[in-house]
Design a protein around this ligand. Structure first.
Ligand code: GDP
Ligand code: MN
Length: 356
């Protein structure tokens, strides 16, 4: 999972890595005034925001206009919902610093270059310093000083490298990146940008729920469409086939929702509730072909939601792993199901055309 810049910078700040003064504005907030030159930074997760128009400068006179302008933009297809407003730094130098895992060497690698502010892929190899970390030994400040000596840059950067490594380790990150790490005209150092990628496989031992980004992340793929029949399947292929069935019946999908492999009762509940948030939905088509997804888990999720919303019109096709257990749960709760998706389609048409 990728964190937004403002969340990554909060962590930097806690660890003592200097970041520019800033505040966050959400789309519907009423902005306060600013009294100096600022940088408006779209909080989107796509890379290369600057080039895509996601970073703009403003001053106290045109601040609100510029905010409006940026909120109206889509940056590489991503809508701008939040903007980080930062004091504008008088930049003298832009460096690059990151820590990631080198999979071939099976070691964390610290990457530093004095050619920052651009894509690191575009920097020639001889301008890049790589320092591989031996995780069997303690990580010590002198190692950071070695990097700084080799790069012939300000000694204060050693301290930033040390703190950045601590973040990398503490949060089980797969990447921490500062591009650019800047030196200002008045000789201060700041992390002007911040990227943190967290390792989803480490979520079990981390407390990632504290991040707003994590709460917003749905555990399935969901695409909202303009029809009125919610389509839920497991696996992208089956979900697409389900949409075809809906089309062939002369109906229009309200969404594509792939609950993914191995969905449990909770995920199924969440999926059903997600589609019910869309007020256009007048019927739900649920198409499950159990593999690693177990039919009984799916059935339990459906039963739970139907208790809360007894009037939803839907049809369900259920077959595969734990099919018998799943069917039994549905039968016990008076829910009709089909084992063929064509039959389930016909059934949905009947249900939504009935006046019950
Ligand atoms: P990215 O395009 O998503 O990587 O966004 P960055 O936050 O890295 O900003 C892109 C570029 O905008 C930087 O490399 C800088 O050249 C410029 N920039 C960002 N903040 C400032 C600032 O405070 N002052 C100045 N002069 N330039 C800035
Ligand atoms: Mn950047």
């Amino acid at each position: 999972m990728k964190l937004h810049e403002y969340e990554a910078k909060k962590i930097f700040k806690e660890y003592g890595i200097p970041v520019p003064e800033s505040f966050l504005i959400k789309k519907w907030d009423i902005p306060k005034e600013v009294d100096k030159d600022v940088v408006l930074k779209a909080q989107v997760l796509v890379g290369g925001r600057g080039k895509a128009g996601g970073i703009i400068f403003a001053n106290k006179e045109n601040f609100k206009e510029k905010l409006d302008e940026l909120f109206k933009k889509e940056i590489k297809g991503e809508k701008v919902e939040k903007i980080l407003v930062e004091e504008k730094l008088p930049i003298k130098e832009e460096y690059y610093l990151s820590i990631t895992i080198d999979r071939a060497k099976k070691k964390p690698v610290i990457i530093f270059s004095t050619e920052g502010g651009v894509d690191i892929e575009d920097v020639p190899d001889e301008k890049i310093i790589k320092y591989y970390v031996d995780v069997t030994k303690p990580f010590l400040p002198y190692m950071c000083r070695e990097i700084v000596n080799e790069a012939k840059v300000d000694f204060r950067i050693a301290d930033i490298i040390y703190k950045l490594y601590k973040i990398f380790k503490d949060y089980d990150a797969t990447l921490v990146e500062i591009n650019p790490l800047v030196i200002t005209e008045d000789n201060k150092i700041y992390a002007a940008d911040a990227v943190i990628l967290l390792d989803d496989d480490a979520a079990f031992r981390q407390n990632y729920e504290i991040f707003e980004d994590y709460k917003e992340k749905l555990p399935f793929s969901y695409v909202e469409l303009d029809g009125d029949i919610a389509v839920i399947g497991n696996g992208a292929g089956l979900t697409l086939a389900s949409m075809d069935i809906i089309h062939n019946l002369g109906l229009k999908p309200a969404c594509f929702l792939d609950i993914g492999g191995g969905a449990d009762e909770e995920r199924v509940k969440l999926a059903l509730k997600k589609v019910l948030e869309n007020k256009n939905v007048k019927g739900i088509f649920i198409n499950i072909l159990g593999g690693i997804t177990k039919c009984d888990e799916v059935a339990k999720g459906i039963v739970d939601v139907l208790k809360e919303y007894p009037n939803i019109k839907f049809s369900v096709r259920l077959m595969g792993t734990n099919e018998e257990e799943g069917k039994k749960i549905l039968e016990e709760n008076g829910i009709i199901y089909e084992v063929s998706m064509e039959e389930a389609g016909k059934r949905l048409l009947e249900v939504i055309n009935s006046n019950k």
